[in-house]
Design a protein around this ligand. Sequence first.
Ligand code: B16
Ligand code: MG
Length: 216
Amino acid sequence: MPEIKACLFDLDGVIVDTAVYHYRAWKRLANELGFDFTEEENEKLKGISRVRSLELILSWGGVQKSEAEQEELAGRKNRWYVEMISRMKPEEVLPGAKEFLEAVKGAGLKTALGSASKNSGLILERTGLKPLFDAIVDGNTVTASKPDPQVFLKGAEALGVEPAACVVFEDALAGVEAAKAGGMKVVGIGSPRVLKEADLVVRGLYELRPEQLYDL
Ligand code: B16
Ligand code: MG
């Protein structure tokens, strides 16, 4: 087994908690369309692309829209979402995330972002984390969503590291499955009951030290 050389990070739920902003924007959209949207439903959208999220929300609300209308609705939601994330601050980085990124870089490992979001650039800029990533692969560069491994395979390729020498950090089941499908090690962030396939599950990056990555 090759030695670990790179870390690939999901964004929402691992580095920052943008789910709360997604929730507010989707709820406002659902309410405008005449139905409600719960936090439980929002949970099911973690790691899911914007287009697919809207399809699910419309089906839960029992509403049908044409493709052109869906494009307009997704755009409307995104404008509200961007308005909120434009005000994000470095203090919103999840506990231990910045320190862990600095520690893995200090240990000589490469880092990449592997996110479904098309807004990852803005989030990394607002939180001051951009310089800590050697490569960024996100919703703007991928054509297949998690659980397809494309986002992580592209990250490994951008770093010039073989997949087996990469560790992925993921909070969503689809993301853990994507990493496994790509032949990578995975640290799950969340509950071991949900993220069963992960090699190790922790509550947050604050619980981890780079040395632990060599024993996965
Ligand atoms: P956007 P991740 C995902 O981020 C979110 O978890 C998911 O809720 C969102 O729909 C998706 O990004 C797309 O985001 O609308 O900004 O393109 O967990 O893959 O970092
Ligand atoms: Mg996530």
